[in-house]
Design a binder for this molecule. Structure first.
Ligand SMILES: Nc1ncnc2c1ncn2[C@@H]1O[C@H](COP(=O)(O)OP(=O)(O)OP(=O)(O)O)[C@@H](O)[C@H]1O
Ligand SMILES: [Mg+2]
Length: 234
Protein backbone atom coordinates (compact mmCIF):
# COMPACT_ATOMS: atom_id res chain seq x y z
CA UNK A 1 0.00 0.00 0.00
CA UNK A 2 1.50 3.28 -1.01
CA UNK A 3 -0.41 6.06 0.73
CA UNK A 4 1.46 8.57 -1.44
CA UNK A 5 0.13 6.91 -4.56
CA UNK A 6 -3.37 6.14 -3.38
CA UNK A 7 -4.82 9.37 -4.68
CA UNK A 8 -6.78 9.76 -1.47
CA UNK A 9 -6.11 12.55 0.94
CA UNK A 10 -7.19 11.92 4.50
CA UNK A 11 -10.23 13.91 5.44
CA UNK A 12 -11.15 15.06 1.93
CA UNK A 13 -13.77 12.33 1.32
CA UNK A 14 -15.99 11.98 4.36
CA UNK A 15 -17.59 8.58 4.61
CA UNK A 16 -21.24 8.85 3.58
CA UNK A 17 -23.43 8.33 6.61
CA UNK A 18 -25.04 4.91 6.75
CA UNK A 19 -22.84 3.51 3.97
CA UNK A 20 -20.21 1.33 5.59
CA UNK A 21 -17.32 -0.07 3.61
CA UNK A 22 -18.16 -3.33 1.87
CA UNK A 23 -15.41 -5.72 0.86
CA UNK A 24 -15.59 -7.88 -2.27
CA UNK A 25 -12.73 -10.33 -2.71
CA UNK A 26 -12.06 -12.08 -6.00
CA UNK A 27 -10.19 -15.28 -5.28
CA UNK A 28 -9.68 -18.83 -6.43
CA UNK A 29 -6.70 -21.11 -6.16
CA UNK A 30 -6.24 -21.49 -9.91
CA UNK A 31 -4.37 -19.23 -12.29
CA UNK A 32 -5.79 -17.48 -15.32
CA UNK A 33 -9.49 -17.87 -14.58
CA UNK A 34 -10.21 -14.14 -14.88
CA UNK A 35 -9.84 -12.84 -11.32
CA UNK A 36 -8.08 -9.64 -12.38
CA UNK A 37 -10.29 -9.14 -15.44
CA UNK A 38 -13.47 -9.39 -13.40
CA UNK A 39 -12.08 -7.44 -10.43
CA UNK A 40 -11.15 -4.51 -12.68
CA UNK A 41 -14.39 -4.37 -14.64
CA UNK A 42 -16.57 -4.98 -11.58
CA UNK A 43 -14.75 -2.17 -9.76
CA UNK A 44 -15.52 0.20 -12.63
CA UNK A 45 -19.12 -0.99 -12.95
CA UNK A 46 -19.64 -0.52 -9.22
CA UNK A 47 -18.21 3.01 -9.42
CA UNK A 48 -20.55 3.77 -12.31
CA UNK A 49 -23.41 2.51 -10.13
CA UNK A 50 -22.52 5.02 -7.40
CA UNK A 51 -19.98 3.27 -5.19
CA UNK A 52 -16.75 4.94 -4.15
CA UNK A 53 -14.38 2.17 -5.07
CA UNK A 54 -10.83 1.31 -4.12
CA UNK A 55 -9.38 -1.72 -5.92
CA UNK A 56 -6.52 -3.35 -4.04
CA UNK A 57 -4.04 -5.63 -5.76
CA UNK A 58 -2.91 -8.33 -3.34
CA UNK A 59 -1.18 -10.34 -6.06
CA UNK A 60 2.63 -9.95 -6.27
CA UNK A 61 2.15 -10.36 -10.04
CA UNK A 62 0.62 -6.83 -9.92
CA UNK A 63 -1.65 -7.18 -12.96
CA UNK A 64 -4.39 -5.05 -11.40
CA UNK A 65 -1.92 -2.38 -10.31
CA UNK A 66 -0.52 -2.36 -13.86
CA UNK A 67 -4.04 -1.84 -15.18
CA UNK A 68 -4.52 0.96 -12.64
CA UNK A 69 -1.34 2.67 -13.80
CA UNK A 70 -2.80 2.91 -17.32
CA UNK A 71 -5.99 4.59 -16.12
CA UNK A 72 -6.59 8.25 -16.69
CA UNK A 73 -10.09 8.17 -15.25
CA UNK A 74 -9.99 8.51 -11.47
CA UNK A 75 -13.35 6.82 -10.83
CA UNK A 76 -11.58 3.88 -9.16
CA UNK A 77 -8.59 4.26 -6.83
CA UNK A 78 -6.15 1.43 -7.48
CA UNK A 79 -3.40 0.50 -5.05
CA UNK A 80 -1.19 -2.43 -4.09
CA UNK A 81 -1.03 -4.35 -0.87
CA UNK A 82 2.31 -6.09 -0.55
CA UNK A 83 2.37 -9.65 0.85
CA UNK A 84 3.94 -8.41 4.10
CA UNK A 85 1.14 -5.84 4.46
CA UNK A 86 -1.72 -8.32 4.33
CA UNK A 87 -1.72 -8.64 8.11
CA UNK A 88 -2.36 -4.88 8.24
CA UNK A 89 -5.43 -5.05 5.99
CA UNK A 90 -7.87 -4.28 8.82
CA UNK A 91 -6.07 -0.97 9.41
CA UNK A 92 -5.75 -0.26 5.67
CA UNK A 93 -9.45 -0.92 5.10
CA UNK A 94 -10.38 1.13 8.16
CA UNK A 95 -8.44 4.05 6.71
CA UNK A 96 -10.16 3.65 3.35
CA UNK A 97 -13.57 3.60 5.05
CA UNK A 98 -12.69 6.79 6.93
CA UNK A 99 -11.67 8.35 3.63
CA UNK A 100 -15.00 7.58 1.99
CA UNK A 101 -14.47 4.30 0.15
CA UNK A 102 -17.76 2.38 0.13
CA UNK A 103 -16.50 -0.68 -1.76
CA UNK A 104 -13.07 -2.31 -1.64
CA UNK A 105 -12.41 -4.85 -4.37
CA UNK A 106 -9.55 -7.21 -3.51
CA UNK A 107 -7.83 -8.98 -6.38
CA UNK A 108 -5.79 -11.93 -5.20
CA UNK A 109 -3.13 -14.32 -6.48
CA UNK A 110 -3.83 -17.72 -8.00
CA UNK A 111 -2.41 -19.31 -4.87
CA UNK A 112 -4.30 -18.96 -1.61
CA UNK A 113 -1.10 -19.02 0.48
CA UNK A 114 -1.19 -16.28 3.09
CA UNK A 115 -4.54 -14.91 1.96
CA UNK A 116 -6.70 -16.05 4.91
CA UNK A 117 -6.36 -12.75 6.83
CA UNK A 118 -7.66 -10.92 3.75
CA UNK A 119 -10.40 -13.35 2.82
CA UNK A 120 -11.87 -13.57 6.30
CA UNK A 121 -12.54 -9.81 6.17
CA UNK A 122 -14.55 -10.08 2.97
CA UNK A 123 -18.29 -9.52 2.90
CA UNK A 124 -18.46 -11.57 -0.28
CA UNK A 125 -16.01 -13.67 -2.29
CA UNK A 126 -16.35 -14.22 -6.03
CA UNK A 127 -14.56 -17.26 -7.44
CA UNK A 128 -14.14 -16.98 -11.21
CA UNK A 129 -13.87 -20.33 -12.98
CA UNK A 130 -13.98 -21.34 -16.60
CA UNK A 131 -16.72 -23.81 -17.45
CA UNK A 132 -14.38 -26.78 -17.32
CA UNK A 133 -14.06 -29.64 -14.89
CA UNK A 134 -10.43 -28.78 -14.12
CA UNK A 135 -11.32 -25.26 -13.01
CA UNK A 136 -14.34 -26.31 -11.00
CA UNK A 137 -12.46 -29.09 -9.21
CA UNK A 138 -9.56 -26.69 -8.58
CA UNK A 139 -11.98 -24.29 -6.87
CA UNK A 140 -12.87 -26.84 -4.16
CA UNK A 141 -9.94 -26.14 -1.79
CA UNK A 142 -10.72 -22.41 -1.96
CA UNK A 143 -14.40 -23.13 -1.30
CA UNK A 144 -13.52 -25.31 1.68
CA UNK A 145 -11.11 -22.71 3.04
CA UNK A 146 -13.77 -19.99 2.70
CA UNK A 147 -16.37 -22.10 4.49
CA UNK A 148 -13.77 -22.67 7.23
CA UNK A 149 -13.39 -18.91 7.50
CA UNK A 150 -17.15 -18.52 8.05
CA UNK A 151 -17.97 -17.39 4.51
CA UNK A 152 -20.63 -19.97 3.69
CA UNK A 153 -23.47 -18.05 2.00
CA UNK A 154 -21.10 -15.21 1.16
CA UNK A 155 -19.43 -16.73 -1.87
CA UNK A 156 -20.27 -17.67 -5.42
CA UNK A 157 -18.55 -19.11 -8.45
CA UNK A 158 -18.72 -16.96 -11.58
CA UNK A 159 -18.50 -18.86 -14.83
CA UNK A 160 -16.10 -16.81 -16.95
CA UNK A 161 -14.66 -17.13 -20.43
CA UNK A 162 -17.73 -19.11 -21.41
CA UNK A 163 -18.14 -20.11 -25.06
CA UNK A 164 -20.90 -18.25 -26.89
CA UNK A 165 -24.33 -19.78 -26.25
CA UNK A 166 -25.78 -22.24 -26.87
CA UNK A 167 -23.24 -24.22 -24.86
CA UNK A 168 -24.64 -27.39 -23.31
CA UNK A 169 -21.47 -27.84 -21.26
CA UNK A 170 -21.73 -24.36 -19.74
CA UNK A 171 -25.43 -24.91 -19.07
CA UNK A 172 -24.70 -28.21 -17.32
CA UNK A 173 -22.08 -26.63 -15.03
CA UNK A 174 -24.37 -23.66 -14.37
CA UNK A 175 -27.24 -25.95 -13.42
CA UNK A 176 -25.01 -27.95 -11.08
CA UNK A 177 -23.62 -24.86 -9.32
CA UNK A 178 -27.06 -23.20 -9.20
CA UNK A 179 -28.53 -26.26 -7.49
CA UNK A 180 -25.78 -25.98 -4.87
CA UNK A 181 -26.65 -22.29 -4.41
CA UNK A 182 -23.14 -21.14 -5.35
CA UNK A 183 -23.59 -19.71 -8.85
CA UNK A 184 -23.17 -16.00 -9.58
CA UNK A 185 -25.34 -14.75 -12.43
CA UNK A 186 -24.94 -14.12 -15.26
CA UNK A 187 -22.01 -16.11 -16.65
CA UNK A 188 -19.47 -14.02 -18.54
CA UNK A 189 -18.84 -14.96 -22.14
CA UNK A 190 -15.34 -14.97 -23.62
CA UNK A 191 -15.12 -11.70 -25.55
CA UNK A 192 -12.10 -9.77 -26.80
CA UNK A 193 -13.61 -6.57 -25.36
CA UNK A 194 -12.46 -7.79 -21.93
CA UNK A 195 -8.88 -8.20 -23.16
CA UNK A 196 -8.83 -4.88 -25.01
CA UNK A 197 -10.40 -3.02 -22.08
CA UNK A 198 -7.81 -4.32 -19.61
CA UNK A 199 -4.98 -3.57 -22.05
CA UNK A 200 -6.01 0.08 -22.17
CA UNK A 201 -6.65 0.67 -18.47
CA UNK A 202 -10.41 0.59 -18.81
CA UNK A 203 -13.25 -1.41 -17.41
CA UNK A 204 -15.27 -3.09 -20.12
CA UNK A 205 -18.20 -0.78 -19.35
CA UNK A 206 -15.91 2.16 -20.22
CA UNK A 207 -14.35 0.48 -23.25
CA UNK A 208 -17.56 -0.59 -24.98
CA UNK A 209 -20.42 0.78 -22.87
CA UNK A 210 -23.15 -0.41 -25.22
CA UNK A 211 -21.71 -3.86 -25.85
CA UNK A 212 -22.80 -7.24 -24.52
CA UNK A 213 -19.67 -7.66 -22.37
CA UNK A 214 -20.51 -4.41 -20.55
CA UNK A 215 -24.11 -5.52 -20.13
CA UNK A 216 -22.99 -8.80 -18.54
CA UNK A 217 -20.57 -7.09 -16.15
CA UNK A 218 -23.22 -4.56 -15.05
CA UNK A 219 -25.63 -7.44 -14.43
CA UNK A 220 -22.99 -9.38 -12.49
CA UNK A 221 -22.25 -6.34 -10.32
CA UNK A 222 -26.01 -5.88 -9.70
CA UNK A 223 -26.24 -9.56 -8.67
CA UNK A 224 -23.27 -9.27 -6.29
CA UNK A 225 -24.55 -5.98 -4.87
CA UNK A 226 -27.95 -7.53 -4.15
CA UNK A 227 -26.33 -10.57 -2.53
CA UNK A 228 -24.13 -8.40 -0.34
CA UNK A 229 -27.12 -6.30 0.72
CA UNK A 230 -29.11 -9.44 1.53
CA UNK A 231 -26.50 -10.66 4.02
CA UNK A 232 -25.90 -9.00 7.33
CA UNK A 233 -22.75 -6.90 7.61
CA UNK A 234 -19.82 -8.73 9.18
N1 LIG B 1 -14.38 -12.98 -20.19
C1 LIG B 1 -13.21 -12.97 -20.82
N2 LIG B 1 -13.15 -12.87 -22.17
C2 LIG B 1 -11.96 -12.90 -22.82
N3 LIG B 1 -10.78 -13.01 -22.22
C3 LIG B 1 -10.78 -13.12 -20.88
C4 LIG B 1 -11.97 -13.07 -20.10
N4 LIG B 1 -11.63 -13.19 -18.79
C5 LIG B 1 -10.29 -13.27 -18.76
N5 LIG B 1 -9.77 -13.24 -20.01
C6 LIG B 1 -8.35 -13.38 -20.38
O1 LIG B 1 -7.84 -14.55 -19.72
C7 LIG B 1 -6.52 -14.34 -19.27
C8 LIG B 1 -6.45 -14.53 -17.76
O2 LIG B 1 -7.23 -13.51 -17.16
P1 LIG B 1 -6.79 -12.85 -15.78
O3 LIG B 1 -5.37 -12.38 -15.84
O4 LIG B 1 -7.83 -11.86 -15.44
O5 LIG B 1 -6.88 -14.12 -14.86
P2 LIG B 1 -6.39 -14.25 -13.34
O6 LIG B 1 -7.27 -15.25 -12.70
O7 LIG B 1 -6.31 -12.91 -12.73
O8 LIG B 1 -4.92 -14.83 -13.53
P3 LIG B 1 -3.81 -14.98 -12.37
O9 LIG B 1 -4.21 -16.19 -11.58
O10 LIG B 1 -2.54 -15.17 -13.16
O11 LIG B 1 -3.83 -13.73 -11.56
C9 LIG B 1 -6.13 -12.93 -19.72
O12 LIG B 1 -5.45 -13.03 -20.94
C10 LIG B 1 -7.48 -12.24 -19.91
O13 LIG B 1 -7.41 -11.21 -20.87
MG1 LIG C 1 -4.74 -11.94 -11.72
Amino acid sequence: MDPEGSGIEPGTSPRPAGRPLRILAVAVQKGGTGKTTLAASLAVAAAEAGERVTALDLDPQSSLAGWGALRTNGSVVVDRVQPWEIAQLPEILGLLADQGTTLAVLDTAGSSAGLAPALKMADFVLLPVRPSRLDIVAARPTLQALVGLGLRGRLALALNQCPPPPSPRTNAYAAQLRSLGVLAEPGIIHRVDHQDALATGLGVTEYAPGGPAAEEIRALWAWIDAKMRATTPR
